[in-house]
Design a protein around this ligand. Structure first.
Ligand code: AP5
Length: 233
């Protein structure tokens, strides 16, 4: 068995505003360390597409660029973290996003009822990707993603080999419903008002590590791997 399938990585939290590169970097960490990406945005979008009760409750809120209620999101995360593939660790992409969610996560990881044989009870490695506001706008409006495999592209920064087609499975790339200009503003405002305090909370408790996300993708990845290696040594 290779090292990366036997080593315990524990929880990794990726914070950062919309467009900071959380999804892009999560996919790289997932492939490198063979732990799952738990993206609350992806799970919610899947539920919206499937028309589940959760999707019906979340659809209008997401379309307005606001945050889905803490109860719905925390229950959804709990269900996902109980899956066996999260045993060695996982990457939380887009969670926690409010002070209540951060408190809930700490309590969960501290709880004796959450399978205490798991290394995932360790404190999470919390990384925030920082990117300039104007760069965020360019990244979000230029984003395209593959509806089949979820790979992320960008018309300004990361073009597919063939225009609007996924390099890996040939699917036609799509834009996200909430990447429209009129929705981007409320999403960025929600980050400032509700998610920045989460970073402050982790900073106060000495757990926040900031990475400059305004660098080439490979450089950001390199720095994240370095942090993971350092913290889990
Ligand atoms: P979610 O899906 O989590 O969206 P988000 O946080 O707004 O983040 P994004 O997915 O827009 O950006 P990203 O940081 O992943 O950037 P990416 O890697 O794609 O949430 C969507 C909605 O769901 C929320 O608004 C809310 O309604 C709801 N929701 C989700 N979680 C919730 C929660 N916990 N509580 C309540 N509600 C919740 O990169 C962006 C672009 O930039 C790409 O095109 C990429 O190619 C490019 N790029 C990436 N890195 C670089 C780089 N280094 N250089 C140049 N380009 C780059």
């Amino acid at each position: 068995m290779s090292q990366e399938t036997s080593r315990n990585i524990g929880p990794i939290v990726l914070l950062g505003p919309p467009g900071a590169g959380k999804g892009t970097q999560s996919k790289r960490i997932m492939e490198h360390y063979l732990i799952p990406q738990v993206s609350t945005g992806d799970i919610l979008r899947y539920n919206v597409a499937q028309g589940t009760d959760l999707g019906l409750a979340a659809k209008a809120v997401m379309a307005r660029g606001e945050l889905v209620s803490d109860d719905l999101v925390c229950n959804m995360v709990l269900e996902r973290l109980r899956q066996p593939d999260c045993k060695r660790g996982y990457i939380l992409d887009g969670f926690p996003r409010t002070a209540a969610q951060a408190g809930w996560l700490d309590a969960l990881l501290d709880s004796e009822f959450f399978d205490n044989t798991r290394p995932t009870r360790a404190w999470p490695i919390v990384i925030r990707l920082d990117v300039d506001y104007n760069k965020l706008l360019l990244r979000i409006t230029g984003r395209r993603s593959c509806p089949a495999c979820g790979r992320i592209y960008n018309v300004h920064f990361q073009l597919p080999r063939t225009d609007e087609i996924c390099d890996f499975d040939g699917s036609k790339l799509v834009s996200r419903n909430d990447d429209r200009l009129e929705v981007i503003q409320p999403r960025l405002a929600a980050y400032q008002e509700q998610t920045r305090p989460v970073a402050d909370y982790y900073e106060r408790t000495g757990r926040l590590i900031c990475v400059n996300g305004d660098q080439p993708m490979d450089e950001v990845t390199k720095q994240i791997y370095h942090i993971i290696e350092d913290r889990r040594a």
